[in-house]
Design a protein around this ligand. Structure first.
Ligand code: UT7
Length: 331
């Protein structure tokens, strides 16, 4: 009998823009303080795109880094490119098609998905299924967002949170049973669609002078409601991933949570007695970069020697939709 095929991560890449937006910078434009932001969120600074930069630029750079890491010199070897973004280059066509053009892999299937901060895990799961069913051998999964383009810098309750970035992984078919994406779980509850949303710019409320005047193209967020839901779901995800894969905290090398708010991350870790040394946190330097936050943190964790070949990592995320998702990965 044929051995089951697993989706192994053979390449990992990430990038952030150069421009830094610190809490001190925000103090100059809204009524806030470094102390309030740091205590309530754990964020000290974030990276944001400059004029002329875009989601596509970040996505392509992260993709190139992941392809280099996988040792793929000819991108046309890719069977599929999946891009998660809620901040696409343009409304359509898919940002994935523009990534494909930039990489020079004409003919490779390409599409976008949208699952907000859970988007990387959603995209990873789709890529995993394409590989496990034997449909594809090599898949590029990219998560790229420029939330700063949709951030209302007059709204102090949300603008402190968001940063920009991109991360990517190459998934390849492997017959090794001890390596790859071992488990994924995806959920959504559309009843909470308005907890975090952008009201205008779609087919119901297209762009108009009024939508611009009313700040309708910016993120609206019910922060307290999001917070409560996030705590519950991040805790649940950690428990579910360990239970379904028969793991205890001792078996896990690193938890890489969506970098949403240090208090939300700590509450999930505390519930299962995960020491914070086993939980990767870089929210202080990058803020909430939506779907990019997990691959960005994974790449940094590997560079810092926190994970390497053979490591068992748990990734968990929560975001607009509402969506929540988790995965267990053997590097
Ligand atoms: O991917 C998902 C993205 N969304 C999130 O991650 C949001 C999750 N929610 C949160 O992280 C937190 O709810 C926030 C950080 C957004 C807010 O923290 P909080 O502890 O829930 O504060 P709050 O909204 O209950 O506000 C407390 C006070 C209020 O003042 P009053 O009414 O008590 O006088 C706010 O007006 O803090 C005030 N406030 C601020 N003060 C200084 C709100 N934003 C700020 C600010 N600086 N930036």
């Amino acid at each position: 009998m044929d051995k089951p095929i697993r989706a192994a991560i053979t390449g990992l890449g990430a990038t952030v823009p150069e421009k830094v937006l610190t809490n001190a910078d925000l103090e100059k434009i809204i009524d806030t303080s470094d102390e309030w932001i740091t205590t309530r969120t754990g964020i000290r600074e974030r990276r944001i795109v400059s004029d002329g930069e875009s989601t596509l630029d970040l996505a392509v750079q992260a993709s190139r880094n992941a392809l280099d890491d996988a040792g793929i010199t000819d991108p046309s070897e890719l069977d599929l490119i999946i891009c998660h973004t809620v901040t696409p280059e343009i409304p359509f066509p898919a940002t994935a098609c523009l990534i494909q053009k930039a990489l020079g892999s004409s003919g490779t299937a390409a599409f976008d998905i949208s699952a907000a901060c859970s988007g990387f895990i959603y995209a990873l799961t789709i890529g995993q299924k394409f590989i496990e069913t034997g449909t594809c051998r090599k898949v590029l999964v990219v998560a790229a967002d420029t939330l700063s383009r949709f951030t209302d810098y007059t709204d102090r309750s949300s603008c402190i949170l968001f940063g920009d970035g991109a991360g990517a992984v190459v998934l390849e078919a492997s017959e090794r049973s001890d390596r790859g994406v071992m488990y994924t779980v995806l959920h959504a509850d559309g009843n909470g669609w308005d907890f975090i949303h952008v009201p205008a710019g779609g087919s119901r409320t297209p762009a108009s002078r009024e939508t611009v005047d009313n700040h309708g193209h910016f993120i609206k967020m019910r922060g307290r409601d999001v917070y409560k839901f996030a705590v519950a779901k991040m805790q649940w995800l950690l428990g579910d991933c360990m239970e379904k894969c028969n793991l205890t905290p001792d078996d896990v090398d690193l938890v890489v949570p969506h970098q949403v708010n240090i208090r939300i991350i700590e509450s999930a870790a505390k519930k299962y007695d995960f020491p914070m040394e086993k939980v990767y946190v870089n929210i202080d330097r990058f803020g909430n970069t939506s779907g990019a936050s997990i691959p960005l943190a994974m790449e940094e964790a590997r560079r810092n020697g926190k994970i390497g070949p053979g490591s068992t990592i748990l990734v968990i995320a929560f975001g607009a939709g509402l969506t929540w998702a988790g995965a267990v990965i053997k590097m």
